[in-house]
Ligand binder design. Structure first.
Ligand code: ADP
Length: 397
């Protein structure tokens, strides 16, 4: 079966067509500037150069039409006709408390998704538009929603409730949800495979470190805690997001800087994190270069990032009553060996220790633990699209 994986944003749409029999990506691409002048489609068939197709895309449905045209094109296409697409898997950011797993999309599911808009105003509307665009262009093809929040729904009450009046949980569903669930799910499963053990017998801390970052405690295959919260702003320091701060800072800054809700949201989401602290960049490659050249704030930002993750590894080991493996994934986690070393160094008392030579390797799943470590440290490239395709196949079969 061939599955089309869609990740729809407000003005962009990423896709991959995956052959599930071969577990192989046939083509992938990105529609940019949907609904804006100058829209284009970057389409890359496996093993071939990127093709750029410039064409107006007033709506997401137009974008999907162009994607299908590209996939069946005589020159750069990879399938004979649209009929070869067996199902569509959609990444959906927020499933609220309604979804603890992936679902086949029907009218009732779409209503539940709309109910979650308030919880993810930046993401869920675009995800719904993506779903409706596919329904329009590919009628009759089964569509599946895979949620960033679903894997985290196993958290116990003590981990997901906030210390504010309970009535706000009841009234507004204010609680910890967690994000990057598809990635945490994928890499914890891969970790069990790499260790040759049943995930039900493992305590794993997964560190998804990219532009947005989160750390999750996976005990016996189930999430028991995670760093992101009601929104993806919470937890560890990120590229441009603050992560956890004293909540009183919000009202203090609003008053002193005369900021409204939009203004303070911008400060915390776009102007904070390693970017805000360093004043240099949100990209870890730029930060490392700046720190090497003696930039003190870039150095401080990198140290804050590693220190915050180290603290969570310790606290999640305590929460799980031990830890068997630490997993690093996503842009920073997979590529930045120095940051991995900074996080792990000092955790020897927990039996966590890496081999500095192995830790230099990049681009593949690898065990970077030192030979005398009792806890494994693994680097595992994430593959959210493959995970979405696997979930989709499971449901439509
Ligand atoms: P997103 O959260 O947008 O999916 P990614 O997981 O792709 O992000 O991570 C992007 C980040 O990964 C970049 O901002 C950069 O900081 C980091 N990164 C990518 N390659 C490297 C590298 N070779 N060394 C250090 N950091 C890297």
């Amino acid at each position: 079966m061939k599955i089309l994986v869609i990740n729809a944003g407000s003005s962009s749409l990423k896709y991959q067509l995956i052959d599930m029999d071969e577990k192989k990506v046939l083509a992938k691409g990105l529609c940019e500037r949907i609904g804006i002048e100058g829209s284009r489609l970057n389409h890359t068939p496996a093993g071939c150069d990127k093709v750029v197709i410039e064409s107006p895309m007033p709506s997401h449905a137009d974008a999907i039409k162009l994607v299908i045209d590209a996939l069946v094109d005589k020159n750069h296409g990879v399938i004979g006709s649209m009929a070869e697409i067996g199902a569509v898997g959609h990444r959906v950011v927020h499933g609220g408390e309604s979804f603890s797993g992936s679902v086949i999309i029907d009218e009732e599911v779409k209503k539940a998704l709309r109910d979650c808009i308030e919880l993810a105003p930046l993401h869920n509307p675009a995800n719904i538009i993506g779903i409706e665009a596919c329904e329009k262009v590919m009628p009759g093809v089964k569509q599946v929603g895979v949620f960033d929040t679903a894997f985290h729904q196993t958290m116990p009450e003590e981990a997901y409730l906030y210390g504010i009046p309970y009535k706000y949980y009841e009234k507004y569903k204010i609680r910890r949800y967690g994000f990057h669930g598809t990635s945490h799910n994928y890499v914890s499963g891969k970790a069990a495979e790499m260790l040759g053990k049943d995930i039900k017998d493992l305590k794993i801390v997964t560190c998804h470190l990219g532009n947005g970052s989160s750390v999750t405690a996976v005990k016996n295959g189930k999430v028991i805690d995670t760093t992101m919260g009601l929104t993806p702003l919470a937890g560890i320091l990120m590229g441009t997001r603050s992560g956890d701060i004293d909540p009183a800072i919000v009202t203090f800054l609003m008053e002193k800087e005369n900021l409204d809700i939009e203004g303070i949201n911008k400060v915390l989401n776009k102007e904070s994190g390693v970017f805000g602290v360093s004043g240099v960049s949100s990209d870890f490659r730029d930060l490392s270069s700046a720190a090497e050249e003696g930039n003190k704030r870039a150095n401080a930002a990198l140290k804050m990032f590693s220190y915050g993750i180290k603290k969570y590894i310790g606290s999640y080991a305590a929460a799980m009553g031990g830890v068997d493996a630490i997993v690093f994934t996503a842009g920073v986690g997979e590529n930045d060996s120095q940051t991995r070393a900074d996080i792990i160094n000092g955790l020897e008392f927990l039996g966590i220790k890496i081999d500095s030579e192995k830790n230099k390797l990049r681009g593949k799943a690898i065990d970077v633990s030192a030979s005398d470590a009792t806890v494994k440290t693994l680097v595992i490239p994430t593959d959210e699209e493959m995970m979405i395709a696997l979930e989709t196949e499971l449901l439509v079969k």
